[in-house]
Design a protein. Structure first.
Length: 248
């Protein structure tokens, strides 16, 4: 029995995990991009919808709600999106909904939305529908998938982060980006909030390869937040890790 509950036969364990050879382990690859990081901390996610304002710091649902899939372009009507997230007990669920319809399932958290065929021509809004629904996500035109550096860790799993990569587009030598790991646990009253691993960079690329993975516990909302020292800044982040089920 190895770390991943099975014997890993390949010298490249990542390939076996990605290929589904470790049944209790799943790869998690997160990407977040934000064109307008300002001087206050904001979640690194796409939220530049032209008509519907979404708070810069991601809000989470107070209750499980259905989700409405909308688009700013009527040509997207009928296109299907896979919605992946968690129910009110933080168990993994998914649903498939066409643009201009509602999901059947009720989501307490949404981790990702991805188009199943074709390409979206408008801004597609994955919008909480109902009282207590605060978490909204956006798919930019032609992207086909949400770009958001957040992840809610399901019940009975832990999330292990192996690599973090950040890129900044500033060319001003006196300007820099500060980013941090933001963690919330809604099952502790009042909600426990932890901000950790705060770092800075000026421009280019910064990569953090963790020799010992950073563990994010089950039942946790995880995200990265960033701010600029002045004005606005374009910024992106990648996170690579694995989701591993607890031992029975």
């Amino acid at each position: 029995m190895g770390y991943f509950h099975v014997q890993v036969g390949s010298p490249h364990y990542g390939m076996e995990i990605a290929a589904g050879q470790a049944p209790k382990v799943k790869p998690v690859n997160l990407f977040g991009y934000k064109t307008d990081v300002g001087t206050d901390f904001a979640t690194v996610y796409t939220n530049d919808h032209p008509t519907i304002p979404i708070d810069a710091v991601m809000e989470y649902n107070a209750n499980a709600v259905r989700y409405q899939v909308q688009s700013t372009n009527a040509a997207d009507y009928g296109k299907k999106f896979l919605i992946q997230g968690l129910d009110e007990d933080f168990n993994e669920i998914f649903d498939i909904a066409e643009v201009n319809t509602l999901t059947t399932n009720y989501f307490y958290r949404v981790n990702k939305a991805i188009i199943l065929s074709g390409s979206n021509l408008g801004h597609v809004i994955i919008r909480a529908f109902g009282a207590g629904g605060n978490q909204n996500l956006i798919v930019n035109p032609a992207d086909g998938v949400t770009h958001s550096l957040h992840y809610s860790v399901p019940r009975d799993y832990n999330f292990y982060i192996f690599r973090i990569n950040a890129t900044s587009g500033t060319v001003n030598s006196n300007k820099y980006i500060t980013f941090k790991n933001h963690i919330e646990n809604p099952f502790i009253t009042p909600t426990r909030i932890i901000n950790t691993a705060q770092s800075t960079m000026q421009n280019g690329e910064a990569t953090f390869d963790r020799q010992i993975p950073f563990k994010v516990d089950e039942l946790t909302d995880f995200s990265f937040q960033a701010k600029s020292s002045s004005g606005e800044n374009e910024f992106s982040m990648f996170v690579e890790g694995i989701l591993m089920k607890d031992e029975d």
